[in-house]
Design a protein around this ligand. Structure first.
Ligand code: H2B
Length: 93
């Protein structure tokens, strides 16, 4: 799936990604940790995976909360790269 995912592909991919929601042209999930130190450690792991994939999240962090949004800007929507990174994010929790 190198191109933009279809609605059916998005639905199938999200079945493997509990808590992720399809919003506009991306997928999003909010994560909550005990404190900032844990949130930051999680962000470091995700940042390393993102850099290795050359695929980067849009995200915000406020103290112990991290909101992640994934979208493939080059394709103008969701692609397999977003679902792969989402799986890496889940593994980093
Ligand atoms: N990250 C995301 N989320 N979407 C992209 O389209 C994207 C990216 N493109 N990281 C990459 C980098 C591109 O800009 C570089 C030039 O490969």
């Amino acid at each position: 799936m190198a191109n933009k995912a279809s609605e059916a592909e998005i639905k199938a991919a999200l079945e493997q990604l509990p808590g992720w929601e399809h919003e506009d042209d991306g997928i999003e999930k909010a994560f909550e940790f005990d404190d900032f130190k844990q949130a930051w450690a999680f962000m470091e792991k995700v940042a390393a995976e993102a850099e290795a994939m050359d695929h980067h999240p849009e995200w915000t962090n406020v103290y112990n909360k991290v909101l992640i949004r994934l979208s493939t800007h080059d394709a103008g929507g969701l692609t397999d790269r977003d679902f792969k990174l989402a799986q890496k994010v889940e593994a980093a929790v």
